[in-house]
Write a protein that binds this ligand. Structure first.
Ligand code: SF4
Ligand code: SF4
Length: 90
């Protein structure tokens, strides 16, 4: 799973920055084309959902998503790791 912020919805209120227990959301340092300072993600793979949602088959934690007033936070399914055929030459 991959944590994403929809920068067309986010208004930079930083509520997500305040609630995440892992401090994954950091206050934005540059404004986007709408003049919004969208939070930056610090190693989002640490998020409980990113790590464990596929294993438990349900949403975990999710506090950031619940508190976001603009429904800007979501998780994307990532394509499973593609196995590669490995040929070993002796
Ligand atoms: S779901 Fe929880 S751990 Fe993951 S980014 Fe949101 S608040 Fe942080
Ligand atoms: S809580 Fe939502 S709207 Fe507020 S800064 Fe975070 S992503 Fe943006």
């Amino acid at each position: 799973m991959k944590l994403v912020i929809d920068d067309t919805r986010c208004k930079g209120c930083n509520l997500c920055v305040m609630v995440c227990p892992y401090h994954i959301f950091q206050e934005g340092r540059t404004s986007n084309r709408r003049g919004i300072f969208v939070p930056e993600l610090d190693r989002p793979e640490r998020c409980t959902n990113c790590r464990l949602q596929p294993l438990y088959q349900r949403r975990l934690c999710g506090v950031c998503q619940m508190i976001c007033p603009d429904q800007a936070i979501s998780w994307l399914h990532e394509a499973p790791f593609e196995p590669h055929k490995v040929v070993i030459e002796y």
